[in-house]
Design a protein around this ligand. Sequence first.
Ligand SMILES: C[S@@+](CC[C@H](N)C(=O)[O-])C[C@H]1O[C@@H](n2cnc3c(N)ncnc32)[C@H](O)[C@@H]1O
Length: 252
Amino acid sequence: MPGANEFYDDLAADYHLMFRDWWASATWQGGVLTELLRRFGISPPAAVHDCTCGIGTQALPLAAAGFRVTGSDVSEAAVARARAEARERGLRVDLAVADVRALPARRADAVISFDNSLPHLLTDADVAAAVRSVRGCLEPGGPFFASIRDYDAILRDGTTGVPPVMHGAGAGRRIVGQAWEWADDRRTVEISIFLLRPGGDGWTAAVRSTTYRALRRDELTAALHAGGFGEVRWLMPDESGYYQPVVVARAM
Ligand SMILES: C[S@@+](CC[C@H](N)C(=O)[O-])C[C@H]1O[C@@H](n2cnc3c(N)ncnc32)[C@H](O)[C@@H]1O
């Protein structure tokens, strides 16, 4: 099974295809997150570091909203694509390749990690290292915002995938879906992402797989407390407007 960096290096050029309209989704996310950050005292031109920025789905619209945004990600190809997407839109975002477990010394008014990035960290030691590293970027009182899938519900429901959907039209049509295979102990799940596109005489399929940890909210809460954060608060989608549970914690 490839590590997260290889998985996302391979996926970077196609990442937007998993969305009906990636930039429309990014713009929507930027609006929701701008309001969420504001509720916790972070407004433009505050300095926000996105420590799992990927191709820039949150970092770029936050820069467009007037935040001073820096971003980092373990995937070189994702960072290169985020740079290209920022350039194309005339957005200034300082981007670097870095593992969230070992972020270079920097200071930000807030740190963010959205769309289920932390569950790529498979062990308690990895999650603890990431929390310590994020804590090192913040002054006391500085908030960390992260969203993860609702694994508490998923573990109850026994989810086995995401049903395929068709996006786009004509030559841009694609079908995307996911198949999940749980480890016997249900602590981790191997997720295969299917992407079918018109090609050749019919359709071509790309299948990419990686392993996630089914990170429960109480586990991340405990790691945050142990790693120097307090006032840990979970906001469910009806409270945050985001589509995954969001944790907000303040550096102590
Ligand atoms: C589901 S993507 C989300 C990316 C971005 N936040 C977005 O919504 O487009 C998860 C991201 O986490 C990054 N990631 C996984 N493990 C990481 C690590 N140890 N350090 C930094 N980034 C990591 C991946 O490379 C990937 O870009």
